[in-house]
Design a protein around this ligand. Structure first.
Ligand code: F3S
Length: 62
């Protein structure tokens, strides 16, 4: 599975980093990035993070 953040529209709320800290982090600009491969054990929480993002900028590709 692949995931990415459209950083242009991320508002840096940090919800994704709270739900799935093993895949998402805030970078120095204060926007989210995916910093690791989405392994099987991270898939559910990655989808949960994507669904919870208030501006829907996390794209998940299965
Ligand atoms: Fe940004 Fe959405 Fe995460 S706004 S910080 S990608 S929950």
């Amino acid at each position: 599975m692949k995931a990415k953040v459209d950083q242009t529209d991320c508002i840096g709320c940090g919800v994704c980093t709270q739900i799935c800290p093993n895949a998402f982090r805030l970078n120095e600009q204060g926007v989210a990035e995916v910093y690791t491969e989405i392994t099987a054990d991270l898939e559910l929480s990655t989808i949960e993070a994507a669904n919870a993002c208030p501006v829907s900028v996390i794209e998940v590709e299965i």
